[in-house]
Design a protein around this ligand. Structure first.
Ligand code: PMP
Length: 387
């Protein structure tokens, strides 16, 4: 039987992981600067996380959503507290795409409209509605009008024109684009976008699947801009590898029972994993840590690489070169045993390490990078800051 799940970019088989370290079957050690694609938030196999999940499994791992599941309420309370959204409701599902799918569905039912504004370079998942809202959409799915608007040009006038001319139910935006290459709309753009959504009664969906859970140095990346989306999608770092996703829903939106539903979503085990993540984020002060260490990493990169641009916030970092990064990425892995990520832009190296990496880990990465690609004296210090 052929397998479609794995599309190996590298011929390495990790068999063990702890913190920011992975080991392959031969015992070779690797530094994880990719976090399994922004999924590993509190580090691999964190003892508190392992304990919480194990204890939960020894009690009850799953029963259908037709019964009372108090750990869901516990998770919702904790998430409300840590994220700064205590008044929002939480719907739990299993992945980022499923979260966005439900966000789009909710927006459409709430407004009675069907068109969605999404942005160039966006990635929202691989289910049909989410793909339709994704920039490189290859299929035509029911939800989208296909309005790919570039926020890089801060084109709010274009957004408003589409809102006025079409039956738009939602704007979906990654407050920092991940797959697209760590591209960040300005805070002013996000504020303008939120205001336009209010004026035209369009639901604003912040897809925080990659940028959320402390990665940007705030719990949510949109919080840097001081806006309040109507729906916030979460997944990836939420479960630190355990499949769980969700949407936070503003009290102004009506989410009726039956409209949102799933068999596995919010199961006991997933909730135990997600609670453990929030507890560790809080106990270990990981958001401030991500902010501080990310600041250090980006400052070092700006001063010492010949890169065109250093992008991102916190520990969501993109290094834009003027050449494809495939060789660099391969050499970091094979010569220095460091995992880093790529992006849909082949010239961007993407860094998404666990939030609890140490300064020594960052220095090890920087030394490996400079050894692989010696800083160019001509461009040193010229790296522009991502907008
Ligand atoms: N939204 C964003 C911003 C993402 O980065 C991703 C995954 N790369 C998704 C949605 C889809 O998440 P999942 O793979 O869990 O469906």
């Amino acid at each position: 039987m052929d397998l479609f799940n794995v599309y190996p970019l590298v011929n390495i088989t990790p068999v063990k992981a702890l913190g920011a370290t992975l080991w392959d079957e031969n015992g070779q050690e690797y530094l994880d600067f990719y976090g399994g694609h922004a999924v590993i938030s509190i580090g691999h196999s964190h003892p508190h996380y392992v304990r919480r999940i194990s204890e939960q499994l020894s009690q009850i791992g799953f029963y259908s959503n037709s019964v009372q599941i108090p750990i869901q309420a516990q998770l919702a309370r904790k998430l409300g507290e840590v994220s700064g959204y205590p008044e929002y409701s939480l719907f739990l599902c299993n992945s980022g795409a499923e979260a966005n799918e439900n966000a789009l569905k909710l927006a459409s039912f709430h407004t009675g409209k069907k068109h969605v504004i999404a942005f160039k370079g966006a990635f929202h998942g691989r289910t049909s509605g989410a793909v339709a809202a994704t920039d490189n959409a290859k299929i035509v799915a029911p939800f989208n009008a296909g309005h790919g608007i570039s926020f890089v040009g801060y084109d709010l006038a274009e957004v408003e024109r589409v809102m006025q001319s079409e039956a738009v139910c939602a704007v979906i935006i990654e407050p920092i684009q991940g797959v697209g290459g760590i591209l960040r709309p300005s805070d002013v753009f996000l504020q303008g976008l939120a205001a336009l959504c209010k004026t035209h009664s369009v639901v604003l969906i912040a897809d925080e699947v990659q940028s959320g859970y402390g990665r940007s140095g705030r719990f949510f990346a949109h919080q840097h801009a001081g806006i309040q989306p109507d729906i916030i999608s979460v997944a990836k770092g939420m479960g630190n590898g355990f499949p769980i996703g969700g949407i936070l829903i503003s009290p102004e939106l009506k989410a009726s029972y039956g409209l949102l539903g799933t068999t596995f979503g919010g199961n006991h085990l997933a909730c135990a994993a997600a609670l453990a993540v929030l507890e560790v984020i809080e106990q270990e002060n990981l958001i401030a840590h991500a902010d501080e260490l990310g600041g250090y990493l980006r400052a070092e990169l700006e001063a010492n690489t010949g890169a065109q641009e250093i992008r991102g916030r916190g520990l969501m970092v993109g290094i834009k070169y003027n050449f494809p990064i495939k060789d660099l990425r391969d050499r970091l892995l094979t010569e220095h045993h460091i995992f880093v990520g790529n992006a849909s832009d082949p010239t961007v190296l993407r860094l998404l390490p666990p939030l609890n990496i140490t300064k020594a880990d960052v220095d090890r990465f920087l030394a490996a990078l400079y050894r692989t690609l010696p800083p160019s004296p001509l461009s040193a210090g010229e790296g522009a800051r991502g907008n």
